[in-house]
Design a protein around this ligand. Structure first.
Ligand code: NHR
Ligand code: GAR
Length: 216
């Protein structure tokens, strides 16, 4: 399983995937890392792990479509089975998303459908929710609305500020992203007619293909 990971910043989710792959708990290989800014710290993490990187500065393109086209060409050069958004901060257009339908996933720092978009931890604190978390989903043209693969929940504490809450959520991101990608690599996970299907092996050795909420 060949993974291409798209980042914009720190790359701690990328690091979690690299260490899971190195530890043998993720049967996949990160074959390329792409960023939309040359100074994304996560590019260093990739290089240190021996993974080829490319930076495509979105500001150098005439419009979103031109950026998306160049990004798709760079991705296809790595011939990935799965494209992984990990803290990638550029909204992708319909054409791009359709090209990778069923093999493009994102991790979002909220319990979707709550708090799509940006500044999720700040908004969760402002709303006073008592439970927050993160979501891995297939990417569809509508931002942060794709079919949900897996979520993790954390409590919101009275003492939390944005940084404390973000750190609690991030620790869960580092667990569920490798998990979801392992399901995909094992051929258990797929998108079918806009629904997430997850296959599970039963105790009698049979395989049950069921909607995700039933199978987990
Ligand atoms: N693209 C599509 N079509 N669908 C999704 O679900 C996507 C996507 C691209 C990225 C990640 C998402 C997140 O997890 C993601 C999901 C960027 C923005 C954003 O507003 C919002 C959500 C996400 C990523 N970006 C601004 C833009 O104009 C730029 C913001 C910035 O640079 O700081 O693209 O949260
Ligand atoms: C993560 O919390 C990720 O869920 C979030 O940005 C952080 C990236 O951290 N993604 C978005 O907000 C996408 N708009 P990382 O670079 O250390 O993985």
């Amino acid at each position: 399983m060949r993974l291409v990971v798209l980042i914009s910043g720190r790359g701690s989710n990328l690091a979690a995937l690299l260490s899971a792959a190195a530890a043998g708990t993720l049967p996949a290989r990160v074959v390329g890392v792409l960023a939309n800014c040359a100074d994304a710290p996560g590019l260093e993490t990739a290089s240190a792990a021996g993974v080829p990187t490319r930076a495509l500065d979105h500001r150098l393109f005439a419009d979103r479509e031109a950026f998306d086209t160049a990004l798709a060409e760079a991705i296809d050069g790595f011939a990935p089975d799965l494209v992984v958004l990990a803290g990638f901060m550029r909204i992708l257009g319909d054409r791009f998303v359709r090209r990778y339908a069923g093999r493009l996933i994102n991790i979002h720092p909220s319990l979707l459908p709550a708090f799509p978009g940006l500044h999720t931890h700040r908004r969760a604190l402002a709303e006073g929710v008592r439970v927050h978390g993160c979501t891995v989903h297939f990417v569809t043209p509508e931002l942060d609305h794709g079919p949900i693969i897996v979520q993790a929940a954390v409590p919101v504490l009275d003492t939390d500020d944005e940084a404390a809450l973000a750190a609690r959520v991030l620790a869960q991101e580092h667990r569920i992203y490798p998990l979801a990608i392992r399901w995909f690599a094992d051929g258990r996970l797929r998108l079918c007619d806009g629904r997430v299907l997850l296959a599970s092996v039963q105790s009698d050795g049979g395989v049950l293909i069921a909607p995700q909420l039933v199978a987990v």
